[in-house]
Design a protein around this ligand. Structure first.
Ligand code: HAS
Length: 550
């Protein structure tokens, strides 16, 4: 159901969203610079010696945690709080809970930052045992996850309040997308909750002597794969429910959009073993089940490709586009928020293809733990998600600050540079990976580097340099917007809520009720993980004492 409304967020609500975004972007800025240093290291130029960082692995740990854990989670918390309040036309259920959530997450981030900056948590973002970090690192990450669960509680309470007053009405689309994302994540987070609270934290505090690395990795990937959809779904929310309006068109199909979000709830979870195809201790049968379901979770993304493209076509045609492809030219390429998202989608299509390579049981043998995998995820989280969040910032920051976006043309250039830089860098990564170059390795100083890797590494360095320029431009534009942006009511922007093409399309109840999908997810998880987990728990695998790389 289309639910246009003119709810204006209160000053305090805007401040909260801005605070989340500020912390997210502060971490992204450092994360991007560290990425540049990594690219240079692979090309043989060691910049770490000019900084206070001890080594490549400290920089890599910070790069991963800052970009994919902190930037994403804080941006998502702010953005989903915003769209939920906006589309329900009311503040979130509890202001106290909203601020408590923010402070719990912020205290967590301060602990994580301290541990990383002091080289006490150089264990890379996957926190694999037997690498052991300082307890502040694990404790801080637990607080960040607790914060996301508090946010879920607040969104659910707001939803229930709205439902009581609007019986029988379908949930407004923006809030629906936010709830589906958070419900999926609420279920998914149980894996790392158990891993961190009952294994890694007591182990790093010295309360237990040793941990089972395979069990620990299995719990991590139980949450780790759905985590990528926790990053992706807010971008999908923008592509489905906001971008068509920015293109001058309509949402092609409300039912398809709802079905796609709902499918992510059961299908995101039972796929974690596709990260462990090469791990011992997990039966081939269960790995095959997870591989099969991975091809299932590919489907809602294919539905998204179809629906979003069709929605953009309605925009291009409404703007006078003719012929099979002529409508593409008519899209608003001068709008940085549109252009950034359209380019993010183009690269995401390639990210999807490389995901299929990873997911194929046999091809995974060739690419696992090689540079091919970073090639994949810089197209997905590094572009589909990060560039879309930048695009959202281009209208959301002006809306929240009441300052018009500074340097619109420069912002279009920034999006194009990101596209070019990432195309070149991820091409270099995939190429190097297929030639056997390992990932997560200080390759610049590796004596075994093969001559055939060199050209690919140079592609990575050139792409990384272009990306760094794009990142700097992004921060200059937002900084100038805050400092010199012309004051205007709501920053001169309107929240671009797209209207469905078919007005008042009847929505089947199963596309508006979360309960059956949560039940389906629980059953699937029990089937796909239950016996494998029991096997791991009872196998008596040797627990390993671990060591701290600091
Ligand atoms: Fe992945 C590893 C499989 C999606 C992130 N993935 C990773 C890692 C990360 C990551 C971070 O099966 C590394 C983890 C680590 O550190 O070890 N991934 C998949 C599959 C998908 C997938 C099948 N991944 C993502 C997303 C991520 C992400 C999304 C972040 C946001 N991934 C794997 C596997 C591994 C893996 C294995 C383990 C590898 C190993 O061995 O370690 C699918 O969900 C992808 C579906 C995507 C599509 C594309 C749809 C396209 C759309 C755009 C259409 C628009 C167009 C343009 C064409 C089907 C929606 C229109 C524009 C106009 C203007 C006209």
């Amino acid at each position: 159901m289309f639910n246009p409304n003119s709810y204006t967020l209160q000053r305090g609500e805007k401040r909260l969203v801005l605070a989340y975004i500020a912390i997210a972007l502060a971490h992204l800025s450092v994360g991007l610079l560290l990425g540049f240093m990594q690219g240079m290291e692979h090309a043989g130029i060691d910049l770490y010696k000019y900084t206070f960082l001890r080594h490549y692995y400290q920089g890599l740990s910070m790069h991963g945690v800052f970009n994919v854990l902190i930037f994403t989670t804080f941006f998502i918390a702010g953005f989903l709080s915003f769209v939920t309040a906006y589309s329900f036309g009311r503040p979130l259920h509890s202001r106290g809970l909203s601020w408590t959530t923010f402070w719990v997450m912020t205290v967590g981030v301060v602990m994580v930052d301290w541990a990383l900056l002091t080289n006490k948590a150089s264990v890379l973002y996957t926190s694999y045992a037997p690498l052991k970090a300082h307890p502040a690192y694990y404790g801080g990450l637990v607080l960040v996850v607790v914060g996301t669960l508090l946010l879920l509680a607040n969104l659910l309470l707001t939803y229930l309040g709205w439902k009581r007053e609007n019986p029988g009405k379908p949930t407004p689309l923006l809030a629906f997308g936010a709830l589906a994302t958070m419900i999926m994540w609420g279920l998914a987070s149980t894996g790392i909750a158990v891993q961190f609270v009952f294994m890694l934290l007591p182990w790093s505090l010295g309360m237990v002597d040793a941990v089972d690395p395979i069990l620990s990795r299995t719990l991590f990937w139980f949450s780790g794969h759905p985590l990528v959809y926790f990053w992706l779904l807010p971008a999908y929310l923008s592509w489905y429910f906001l971008l068509p309006k920015q293109a001058g068109g309509k949402l092609f199909s409300e039912s398809l959009a709802r079905l796609s979000f709902m499918l992510f709830i059961p299908l995101s979870l039972p796929v974690g073993f596709h990260h462990q195809f090469l791990d011992p201790g997990v039966s081939t049968g269960y790995k095959a089940v997870h591989a099969f379901i991975t091809f299932g979770v590919f489907m809602p993304s294919m539905m998204t490709a179809f629906t979003v493209l069709a929605s953009l076509e309605t925009g291009g045609r409404a703007r006078g586009g003719k012929g099979w492809l002529g409508w593409i030219k008519k899209l608003p390429w001068g709008d940085p928020s549109f252009t950034a998202q359209a380019l993010a989608m183009v690269l995401f299509a390639l990210g999807g293809v490389s995901g299929l390579v990873n997911a194929a049981f046999t091809l995974n043998l060739v690419v696992h733990n090689t540079m091919f995998v970073p090639g994949h995820f810089h197209l997905t989280v590094g572009t589909a998600v990060a560039l879309t969040f930048m695009a959202i910032a281009y209208w959301l920051v002006p809306y929240l600050t009441g300052k018009k976006l500074w340097g619109r043309k420069l912002a279009v250039l920034q999006s194009c540079l990101w596209f070019v830089g990432m195309s070149v860098m991820s091409r270099g990564m995939s190429w190097a990976g297929m030639a056997g170059a390992p990932r997560r390795t200080a390759l610049g100083s590796a004596p075994y580097a093969l001559p055939e890797w060199i050209t690919a590494f140079n592609w990575m360095a050139v792409g990384g340099a272009v990306l760094t320029v794009s990142g700097l431009l992004f921060f200059i534009i937002l900084g100038m917007t805050a400092w010199r942006g012309k004051r205007e009511a709501s920053g001169g922007v309107e929240v671009p809520v797209a209207e469905p093409l078919i007005k008042d399309e009847p929505i089947p109840a199963y596309l508006d009720r979360f309960r059956p999908w949560v039940l389906g997810a629980t059953v699937l998880v029990l089937m796909a993980y239950g016996p494998a987990l029991i096997g791991l728990l009872t196998a008596g695998n040797p627990a390993i004492r671990g060591f701290s790389p600091f």
